[in-house]
Write a protein of this length. Sequence first.
Lengths: 598, 193
Amino acid sequence: MTTQSWSLLGIYLAVLFAAIKPLGLYMVKLMEAPRSPSLARLENGLFRLCGIEREEMSWRQYALAVLVFSLMGCIAVYALQRLQLWLPLNPQRLPNVTPDSSFNTAISFVTNTNWQGYGGETTMSHLTQMLGLGTQNFVSAAAGIAVAFALIRGFARHSAQTIGNFWADLYRATAYLLLPLSFVLALALISQGVVQNFSAHQEVVTLEPTIYEITRVDNTGQPVTYARGDAIVDAVSVTAQTLPMGPAASQIAIKQLGTNGGGFFNVNSAHPYENPTALTNFLEAMAILLIPAALCYTFGKAVGDTRQGWAVLAAMTVIFVGAAIATISFEQQGNPKLTALGADQTAGALQSGGNMEGKETRYGIGASALWAVATTAASNGSVNSMHDSFTPLGGLIPMWLIQLGEVAFGGVGSGLYGMLAFALMAMFIAGLMIGRTPEYLGKKIEAFEMKMVSIAILITPALALLGAAVGVMAAGGRATIFNPGPHGFSEVLYAFSSAANNNGSAFAGLGANTPFYNGWLGAAMWFGRFGVIVPVLAIAGSLAAKKKLAVGPGAMPTHGPLFVTLLVGTVLLIGALTYIPALALGPIVEHLILWSIS
Amino acid sequence: MPNLIRPAVMLMALLTILTGVIYPLTVTVLGQLLFFHEANGSIMTVNGKAVGSTLIGQQYSQPGHFWGRPSATSPHPYNGAASSGSNLGPLNPALTGLVEARIAALRDADPRNDQPAPIDLVTASASGLDPDISLAAAYYQATRVARARHLPLEQVVALIDRHARHPWLGILGEPRVNVLRLNLALDGHEPDS
């Protein structure tokens, strides 16, 4: 790891931690009705217009509201894609999206996954991007925050039957948190060169013509051959370059802040129009972890002991820093096969060196690998480099972070509620070891909670591993694997891990825009999202109804290093036991091959 | 259940107007007013004629121009309409084959240069549209460019030095140079403004 990479990691964490307390405090206020009378009046008016009752909900009502709202979202996004040709704001005259791709994309954006089987600039009209995908970027993130709020209330309340009002939580998280932050970030991004307009694509004449060859095809799409059987190749000269346009900055701001990750362009934040400078890269990477990290402080404050929030945050930070150092080091080490061919991969004052395949010069190794870790530690899934071209172990770490359930900061809301499920698990294990009824924050952890925790923790590995197994067994799954050997298996494993955990990043060589992957990954995303949210809300409801116990001398403190160690250990142990066999077949065997034959 | 449908539909409509219409339109209007050049693609002009975007790389193959990163877009390199990386895994024989061919092409164009090739000059970028190369990749090509243009080497090196960009505070960004700016300067074109 170079000095520059160490400095980058240091300053990244410093800025992040400086923002945690103020933002965390602000979010505590969001859990209640606004104090300003004018905002309260506006809210009242809007809620009356929408037919929203202001009573609080039981966990069942809350869960049903989340599901109904998400289903509506799916229908809206699906319809927009299927009808975009006949709707306005489609200057490129892009055709309607296919049914299977529309299905996949609708679920993908509603579940905060933002897996993209399509290429943005060649598929989606401006209207679809704004009304469909842009809106879901906000509301799917806000739904995650709402569920986290509900769980926090479960811990904070006692002898209560309700855990909040979903409509109010959703509205407040969107209007008072995500919108203002996105607005500021979007303008900052435009100032650096991120495009924001409604123009059709622009054409410019390039300095040199580009000459390339294409295989001649007949009108059935078959290559035309000479008598000897060689394909006829025509030389084509292009003198112009198309520059893609559109309202990118407004969408990029929220896709980073809302841990969505769905890019405006095909290559996501590697595209110079999405992420033009080192500064935009820093801001966008910061935006990934900002809200998830601050929510930990919100949690501590709301349960009346900020040390509890810092302890959870400490556990997340330990996992994150370890992963970042490992990934940066593996990528900086480079690819031994390319050194053997006569390429210079050493880092120095004139180049970043390292494994530069699938990375942009302006980010080099440090900022690319740091992003890869942040985007998979959270459920963001945006990329600024191609994970498929990472070194085997450099690619293993991001994949494993996804598989851990994205609890090192995690998605907005989902990171906190996922980590709190692990905290309950950790206290349960500790309780078993010392033979006491486990408790956390004064709440007894009993059979019902542990059943729900087990479902929440086990559903995503089940979806990821079973899905990957189907993917490599079925012909439809194997047909579009891009890289040969163990790397091809990694592509499929990564895809299902990413979908089940609502990440959305990919080993993008895999051709995923097929009915097979669109269907299976769509199902994995849906159950990976709501198969966790419903049990988490059940836990929230059950905890809220319990009495709060006085902290006795025998209770294990949950704010010290012992608890942090226990929590980190639980996350890593469950992640390791579940996934090491699968990882051994992919990246680990690939690493051994790479370094043994060179 | 029915008492959930109306709030769901109405709130979705309300938030769609707020986040899907008002938000992007306000950002667009402000972006166009405050940062007109940047919001519209940072397009560089020479004597009023657009020559490309400073942010989007172009394909060069003449020996008298600096070459950019290899690009994996299809059907031709630096296709701005379809950004793409190669997605080749580290063990893929196609990757080693391509890198070998790129190193050979660099050697052919400049046989007296026996330095190892800077890694970014022989590997495809993530976007396929990378506008920059590392300083190492620029200095590596200086001898070829100088010979093709019958210029003294020092003059070409000085041109790279003038356009070189270093990490801000030694932390943000990498040592790099914008290839379009460098080649426009070589061709004697001065970008407007």
